[in-house]
Design a protein around this ligand. Structure first.
Ligand SMILES: [Zn+2]
Length: 444
């Protein structure tokens, strides 16, 4: 068992080291194992009055001072190898046997029934003080020596042992990289398909699901593959519950829009409002659901039949919906010989800005939000005024007739403002306007 080791250390080269094999796989020496190396002293008294003190950890050697009651103090030098502990004592261990100082000292140090020496095993680090000091922090106290990697080096690899904690890891081959963001994914986008035409031939806007391929970061769709319709749904997609609801709404709207599109001019005037109301109701259900969707677009559609074709990327525009409903109001203005009436749509007191008016929606250029109009009547009024440059013109001499035929009625249901001569906006009242514009009040 006894063997000599050459460490190039503080000890003479011919220092004798006694070896104790570890109980594998840990670098531990138990009190039980110690007893196999030394004739066990009788009685607990034999172990009393033993004093050990850690002195240092240099050149790969742990230095421990041992003082037994009956003898002078001795120094133990411990070298921790992979599979064994080598011990030298200043007594020289006559006859190559484990001396009493070493036995009693180790027994005393093993106060939890074993001596854990793993922290002293740093192959490649501890034999060279410069390397040890660079990578490791050593704290020596009487009862303990702590040896650990300097914080900046984190977890240091020990040859044949590995890293702290690596045994608990299990790194299995991943079958699918689902959590990694990778673009080019097939996703469902939702298109608000609309057009702008004369009142008679413009389409009722319908929600249309659309299969697309995402960009590298998945932020938007870069290529649109196919529209989804009831008679030709998009397959091989795991729809969310939200998407299933939206698909149903979209299919219904498409059906209604198709019916509406096939009506003749006369029928449209009679039946159209009813169909438009149905589409509006469906949009009211759809918008809260669309707020949960990532890929929303508005799609300019010349003819409804074009939904059978591949979506055209150039007609797609990003779209964000608002739950706010615009408020329709009117402004009357006097221009010396005539009056003008224009429509203004507000959200939270801010006028929306737009140049085109499709059915049911206002696409605000300032906020870039899509607003659903509150009612078919509001929408029809707005479209009617907007279809003529958002302006009604009335000669001064026709004003009273205009009031009687339209404005009086309008001002009962909507806010109508009068932009007076002084440039102040006030609530419309016939008397005020007549006085302000100098029209002779025939009503007295
Ligand atoms: Zn000794």
């Amino acid at each position: 068992m006894a063997k000599k080791i050459k460490l190039g250390t503080i000890l003479p080269n011919d220092t004798f080291f006694y070896s104790i094999s570890f109980d594998q796989p840990c670098q531990k020496v138990t009190r039980e194992a110690l007893k196999t190396h030394f004739p066990e002293p009788r009685g607990y008294r034999a172990y009393m009055g033993i004093h050990t003190e850690y002195k240092g950890f240099t050149n790969g050697l742990v230095v421990v001072q041992v003082k037994l009651p009956e003898s002078t103090e001795h120094m133990l030098y411990l070298h921790v190898g992979l599979a064994e502990l080598d011990i030298a004592c200043t007594c020289g261990m006559p006859d190559g046997k484990l001396c009493r100082h070493a036995y009693m000292g180790l027994h005393s140090m093993a106060w939890h029934q074993y001596l854990d020496l793993e922290r002293f095993y740093w192959p490649g680090f501890t034999n060279d003080e410069k390397i040890k000091v660079k990578f490791l922090d050593t704290e020596v106290s009487k009862g303990w020596i702590a040896v650990k990697p300097k914080a900046k080096y984190g977890n240091i690899f020990k040859s044949t042992i590995g890293f702290v904690g690596d045994k608990q890891l299990s790194i299995r081959e991943r079958s699918k990289l689902q959590n990694i963001i990778s673009g080019g994914q097939e996703v469902i986008g939702y298109c608000l398909a609309y057009n702008i035409g004369n009142y008679g031939n413009s389409l009722l806007p319908a929600l249309v699901p659309c299969l697309g391929l995402t960009s590298k970061n998945n932020k938007n769709i870069v290529s649109f593959k196919q529209f989804g319709r009831a008679d030709k749904p998009i397959h091989n997609i795991n729809y969310t519950a939200n998407q299933q609801l939206l698909n149903d709404i979209g299919y219904k709207q498409y059906g209604i829009a198709k019916t509406y599109d096939n009506l003749g001019g006369e029928e449209k005037r009679n039946e159209g409002a009813k169909l438009k109301q149905q589409v509006l109701n469906l949009w009211e259900q759809a918008i809260p659901l669309l707020l949960n969707e990532k890929y929303n677009y508005i799609y300019y559609l010349y003819w409804l039949k074009y939904l059978k074709d591949k979506p055209r990327k150039t007609e797609m525009q990003n779209c964000r919906y608002s739950l706010d409903r615009p408020v329709l109001s009117f402004t009357l203005k006097f221009h010396q010989d005539h009056f003008s009436l224009t429509a203004v749509v507000f959200v939270d007191g801010n006028p929306l800005k737009f140049n085109h008016k499709p059915h049911l929606f206002v696409f605000d250029e300032v906020t870039e939000l899509c607003y659903l109009m509150p009612s078919v009547q509001d929408d029809d009024l707005l479209i009617w005024i907007f279809s003529h440059n958002n302006r009604l013109t009335i000669l001064k001499e026709h004003f009273i007739e205009f009031h009687q035929s339209l404005l009086e009625n309008l001002s009962r249901s909507y806010e109508v403002f009068y932009d007076n001569k002084a440039g102040k906006k006030i609530k419309y009242e016939l008397k005020t306007v007549l006085f302000d514009s100098g029209i002779k009040n025939i009503f007295g």
